[in-house]
Write a protein that binds this ligand. Structure first.
Ligand SMILES: C[S@@+](CC[C@H](N)C(=O)[O-])C[C@H]1O[C@@H](n2cnc3c(N)ncnc32)[C@H](O)[C@@H]1O
Length: 363
């Protein structure tokens, strides 16, 4: 194919990409996320950005992607060889962090624009200890009860890190802290507290040794979220937000993802929100896998032994709604990534979702 026809193909693709632009929904009464503003309307502009938003796929593109995924998953890794990827998953991630340290993932700069729910509400004064008695005795004020974390807790735990915080966030599978440090710098000085865990002790060491790690606002600990019987260092129904970004994809969906989500949901307060972002079905990363790396449908192992699943929106919906959570947002984020140097375009697909624990309506 000569350069001219390559360019024509590219332009055709990008024009199709913008035929219908969905609006991003607001969630929780907050403003819509600003990401998603780079909409390609004139194909001649394609090389002006390195990413275009709200890309629509044609039927041919979907079919081509389906065939590629079918081909690269034709040969499955034999079942008897598969168990090591589950049993030793934390060791593969330990090696990953030994090798890459903090350098592999970029800081999640989109975090607060896509997930403004992470920002502590303006509740700084609500939880001063002398006010707790008054607030707790006020019946029927759900909002205030939610803001005042420590007074709503009925727990066997006498003390726990972050117990006096007004707003508690947990990040699971936090890795080397690409979300943790942006969150720490944002909540410092507020009444919020961040917990973060990962089953890789290497990753947690990288966080604890980081110059910005501060036990006054953050508690990092080693924890396998698939082990749903071990305790967490905070009580049930004590969290306002649980952040689940690019971690459920590392867990076999049919094996444990549902148990993980259900057990995590137990730690949310009523009205607390689970924020999710992860790989979507037919993302470039899925289509790039070679034969011989597939463990089961849409689940693969990389050369380094770490695993990755590619979700559909419906699967994510089932995971969260089966855990008793209600949908605030569940969208497919389809983009066109442009390598301007090499003049190549690639389809990216992520799923982004927000699910809330419903308030109990008293009889
Ligand atoms: C793709 S990385 C994402 C890291 C981080 N969430 C981010 O977005 O930068 C996946 C992370 O999940 C962690 N992980 C995978 N399975 C886990 C499990 N069962 N329990 C806790 N952490 C897990 C890995 O160690 C790794 O740090």
């Amino acid at each position: 194919m000569n350069r001219c026809s390559q360019m024509r193909g590219l332009l055709k693709l990008s024009v199709r990409a913008v035929s219908c632009v969905p609006r991003r929904p607001c969630s929780g009464g907050r403003p819509p996320a600003p990401l998603g503003a780079r909409v390609l309307t004139d194909p001649r502009d394609i090389f002006q950005h390195n990413m275009w938003d709200h890309v629509q796929w044609t039927e041919e593109e979907t079919e081509e992607a389906r065939q590629k995924a079918e081909q690269n998953s034709e040969e499955k890794i034999p079942v008897e060889e598969q168990s090591k990827y589950y049993r030793e998953a934390h060791k593969y991630w330990d090696r990953f962090y030994e090798m890459h340290q903090r350098k592999f993932f970029r800081n999640r700069t989109w975090l607060f624009t896509e997930f403004p729910e992470l920002l502590p509400p303006d509740a700084a004064d609500l939880c001063r200890p002398e006010q707790e008695q008054d607030l707790c005795s006020e019946s029927g004020s759900r909002e205030k009860q939610q803001l005042c974390g420590s007074c709503t807790l009925t727990s066997h735990m006498d003390t726990f890190p972050g117990q006096h915080a007004a707003f508690r966030i947990l990040e699971v599978g936090c890795g080397a802290g690409n979300s943790v440090f942006p969150i720490i710098s944002t909540i410092r000085g507020s009444k919020a507290f961040l917990y973060c865990c990962d089953f890789s002790s290497q990753a947690i060491e990288l966080i604890q040794e980081h110059p910005d790690y501060d036990p006054a606002v953050c508690h990092a600990f080693v924890r396998d979220i698939c082990d749903t019987t071990s305790p967490f260092p905070f009580p049930h129904e004590s969290l306002d937000i649980i952040l689940v970004v690019f971690v459920l994809s590392a867990i076999h969906p049919a094996r444990r993802a549902q148990d993980v989500v259900t057990s995590l949901a137990g730690f949310l307060k009523q009205g607390g929100i689970m924020l999710f972002r992860d790989y979507g079905r037919y993302d470039l990363a899925q289509l790039r896998f070679k034969k011989g790396q597939c463990l089961s449908e849409n689940f693969y192992t990389r050369q380094d032994g770490t695993c990755v699943y590619f979700f559909t929106k419906d699967e994510v919906h089932h995971l969260f709604s089966n855990a008793g959570l209600e949908e605030l947002q569940n969208l497919e984020d389809r983009r066109l990534q442009v390598n301007r140097g090499k003049k190549v375009v690639m389809h990216r697909v992520w799923i982004q979702s927000k699910y809330r624990k419903p308030y109990l309506i008293p009889d």
